[in-house]
Design a protein around this ligand. Sequence first.
Ligand code: GRF
Length: 304
Amino acid sequence: MEAQQILPRFCPKSSLAPSVTIVKQSFSLMCPPLPSSSSYASVQSGAFRAISIARKEVCSSSWRRVCCSSSSGAEPKEGHEVRAQVTVRRKKLAVFVSGGGSNFKSIHEASKRGSLHGDVLVLVTNKSECGGAEYARNNGIPVILFPKAKDESNGLSPSDVVDTLRKFEVDFILLAGYLKLIPAELIRAYEKSILNIHPSLLPAFGGMGYYGMKVHKAVIASGARFSGPTIHFVDEHYDTGRILAQRVVPVLANDTAEELAARVLNEEHQLYVEVVEAVCEERVVWRKDGVPLIQTKENPNEFR
Ligand code: GRF
């Protein structure tokens, strides 16, 4: 099936959103000596000289460049005030949902109010009538059906969906309650660019069969005193990709699964928006051992 046939409400407005410069707060740090191979950043601001401070010995990141600058023109020393400026392109996002879509909604609202440096261009679902798909249609976001359900005449194959996301120039895929396994083809096409949110502190209570209330019932039955959402990169298995962020909530003595789910979901909405903000601002760096870390907005040497 030609993908565009089921994209009747393509919204060109958001895809034309301009790149903007994110000016960060001042912070103190020590810039390491520049490696001879490092390229100087193109960003210049008034009297400030841009200097690359990519910390290659700590983290590897082929796609992030932080520019810091010093008013004197000399390389900054420890404790000296420097200013950091990052110019990043506004990111294009695809969200995948199977259900109510409250996480999708909170991400979309953050984008609309301007706290997110990115736009949701397309919604992918395996259930065309789910709440998330309805919200997308009501907000002019095109809806793609994937994978094709047995009783549906529409629906895309894995290669169709990759082609379609490429047409939208999607940078990142956000799974938000999408219950289907992501095929290897899509994972290869979007390496280190697919995130999922899971309602427990992974690696506990994750994997095949752990979804919805089943997760919260299992947490309560185990006697665990804490739970909370995990955001992780997606690999070819359920819930095993690298953990990027977590938030902890208490499990109370008389909690029902529904009460615990509501407490966790409340944290999910905040955490997913914060993580997507970081992703859009290119604040994710990869430690040598493959663990992804989020730099704080204030200081690229601090991680949350
Ligand atoms: C959330 O609890 C999320 O952690 C899990 O599925 C649920 C989706 O909720 N993966 P919603 O559709 O965003 O309301």
